[in-house]
Design a binder for this molecule. Structure first.
Ligand SMILES: [Zn+2]
Ligand SMILES: [Zn+2]
Length: 636
């Protein structure tokens, strides 16, 4: 048989040859360094046979940044973890141990509870295993045999998994430890040059809180110590930027146990919020969106029409209605209200497109365990919009939305990238409609030069969608807005417009939120800027520090002047040393500090720039600088 190599050359191999055989045929060095084979884009264990005509790529210990190569390394490290835990904690029951983004974990039921302090001994044991040498052996056995084996080892979770696994069931053995596992795995443990156990957490068996609570041990592994060090450094930076810490520290918001997942915005946080709102309103007005306001509560009948009662009820907060059998749902989305608005009048093709915009509070009953700062909340405010248009107009409308995306993310100096999700197996609408819808989204992305990946079959049943992402300064990818093409909801609401042919047609609806939500977007901004907001977003833009008591009057006058010019300034008159007040202003990350003493006047102000030096400027020069920085809010 022949397989195809990445450079398109063909490699002749005996029938049934494995990935490792292919590596050997290319060269002994490659075989020694091989960790995994990618076959037609999917990963496969090196020990498994290849088939004629397959396109293969051998991954080695040199592919240190490759996601798949890291996965197989970390998955193998997870098996070492289980082996170590069983040796140090006899009687431990082992559950599952997959690789995850940035590392791996293994879930255990320990006979005695363990703490973080126990991790270093387990980690030492893993290092000992690696030093001693561990190679993985793969075998396939019938289900009954696997069940019997784990019954005899008194491993109930493995028994349960073996009973459900598809045959053939594969086992991987290293040393005297055998795990039920689909693989793939390394040949041996020597490529695991750096590893660390990073923490423990509780986790329910199968993620079900009615089942046993297990102990999850997290860890990570790399092909080199330098990579692990860089990773730890990034984690440290991420911790320092964590919006859940910085938000309260910068006096922007906090959470209270009386309303889980619902931020309480402080005055300074509201400044940022309102700046984003001002950008939203300004751009919506420029781009022909119409601001509307629709109810927060609707009765069950509306949610049945919209489909939410069937698909989304678990995530909705329900409250009793006026009569015993009536119930209201608090809106988790704005769409139904906008459908009612459109349907409230006779519409002609001449009225289209209609672009409704609304940034209303929405509530979603997320499980308390999944809440996470501002990125996963129960009270969420989308910068929402629904565009009603004809099928012919849809391409142009999507194009307009993508143009908006380019502009909006540009305000924050962020380069968006996108994921285009196409038709799923179970869907509404004809193939011809899907062709048009997908083409509209794809063409717009290409025309505006936005980098995108295609997620085949990941679209929603009512239409394809685009998810917008940004990569922050720590190279983390965040999902922000979405654009969805909808051929379903207008039908459920029986929406029509009168066409030029005097017949009724169904409009297309484009749902789009570009920040995504204010809450999530602000979380991303806090972490992206590490709290050093650009001048136009900063809650306090300038602080005036009077040197002594006699300087308080002119300092206040200066603040009033900056205020009158539309800037956010304050005065720190506290009875603290000048040095202390300057440091506090730095901690609050205020962009400009003006020190006012005997030598200062409107012609000569001592101005300190955040993270920069000090200069002497006239008030006019200061105002000019401020105006230029404030204009960054609108780069058009
Ligand atoms: Zn495994
Ligand atoms: Zn919607």
């Amino acid at each position: 048989m022949k397989v195809v190599l990445p450079d398109s050359s063909e490699l002749e191999l005996p029938d049934g040859a494995s990935g490792l055989d292919a590596a050997r045929a290319i060269g002994p060095k490659l075989a020694e360094q091989a960790v995994l084979v990618r076959v037609n884009g999917a990963t496969r264990d090196l020990r498994l046979p290849l088939a004629d005509g397959e396109r293969i790529q051998i991954l080695t210990t040199r592919d240190t940044q490759d996601e798949d190569a890291l996965y197989v390394l970390r998955h193998s490290a997870a098996h070492l973890l289980a082996e170590a835990a069983m040796r140090l904690h006899p009687g431990v029951k082992i559950a599952i141990g997959p690789p995850i983004a940035d590392g791996f974990y293994y879930d255990f039921e320990f006979p005695e509870p363990i703490t973080e302090e126990d991790l270093s001994a387990i980690e030492e044991e893993m290092r000992r295993e690696i030093a001693e040498g561990r190679a993985w052996k793969r075998e396939e056995i019938p289900r009954d045999e696997a069940v019997q084996r784990f019954l005899s080892e008194d491993q109930p979770y493995k028994v349960e998994l073996a009973r459900e696994a598809d045959e053939p069931i594969s086992l991987y053995t290293q040393g005297d430890f055998t795990d039920l596992c689909r693989g793939p795995h390394l040949q041996d443990a020597s490529p695991i040059e750096a590893l660390q156990l990073t923490g423990i957490a509780g986790a329910y068996w199968r993620g079900d809180e009615k089942l046993t609570q297990l102990t999850r041990i997290y860890g990570t592994a790399f092909y080199s110590q330098a990579d692990l060090d860089a990773h730890l450094e990034r984690l440290e930076q991420a911790r320092a930027r964590d919006h859940r810490r910085l938000g309260p520290q910068l006096d922007l918001f906090h959470f209270d146990e009386h309303s889980p997942g619902s931020p309480l915005w402080h005055p300074k946080g509201m400044v940022i919020y309102n700046q984003l709102e001002a950008v939203r309103r300004r751009e919506n007005a420029r781009r022909g969106y119409l601001e509307v306001k629709t109810p927060l509560l609707y009765d069950k009948a509306l949610w049945i029409t919209s489909g939410h009662w069937e698909k989304f009820r678990e995530d909705m907060f329900l409250i009793p209605g006026d009569t015993d059998d009536q119930v209201y749902g608090i809106k988790p989305m704005n769409c139904p209200g906008h459908m009612l608005l459109f349907g409230s009048q006779l519409r002609s093709y001449r009225d289209l497109p209609i672009r409704y915009a609304e940034a209303a509070p929405l509530h979603r009953n997320e499980l308390t365990g999944t809440l996470h700062g501002l990125t996963r909340v129960r009270y969420v405010t989308q910068d929402d919009s629904h565009i009603f248009c004809t099928e012919e107009q849809a391409t142009g409308e999507v194009d307009g939305v993508i143009d908006y995306v380019r502009y909006l993310y540009g305000v924050f100096g962020v380069e968006p990238h996108a994921e285009l999700s196409t038709r799923p197996d179970s869907r509404f609408g004809t193939d011809e409609q899907w062709d048009k819808a997908e083409a509209a989204l794809q063409e717009a992305l290409e025309r505006h030069g936005i980098r995108y990946a295609v997620a085949e079959g990941e679209g929603v049943f009512y239409g394809p969608k685009i998810d917008l992402h940004m990569t922050d300064v720590l190279r983390r990818s965040w999902q922000m807005g979405t654009i969805q093409y909808d051929m379903q909801m207008p039908a459920r609401f029986g929406l029509t417009y009168m066409g030029p042919d005097n017949a009724e047609h169904m409009p297309i609806v484009i749902h789009r939120a570009l920040y995504g939500s204010f809450e999530r977007f602000i979380a991303i901004l806090i972490e992206h800027y590490a709290g050093d907001f650009p001048f136009w977003l900063a809650p306090v833009q300038a602080r005036v520090l009077p040197v002594g008591e006699t300087h308080q009057e002119p300092a206040r006058a200066l603040r009033d002047r900056l205020d009158a010019e539309g800037f956010r300034a304050d005065v720190d008159e506290r009875d603290e040393t000048l040095g202390k007040r300057i440091r506090d202003a730095e901690l609050e990350k205020i962009p400009f500090v003006v020190v006012y003493g005997d030598r200062e006047s409107e012609d000569a102000l001592a101005v300190r720039e955040r993270g920069g030096g000090q200069s002497t400027l006239s008030l006019d020069a200061v105002l000019e600088t401020f105006r230029a920085l404030a204009a960054e809010a609108d780069p058009s």
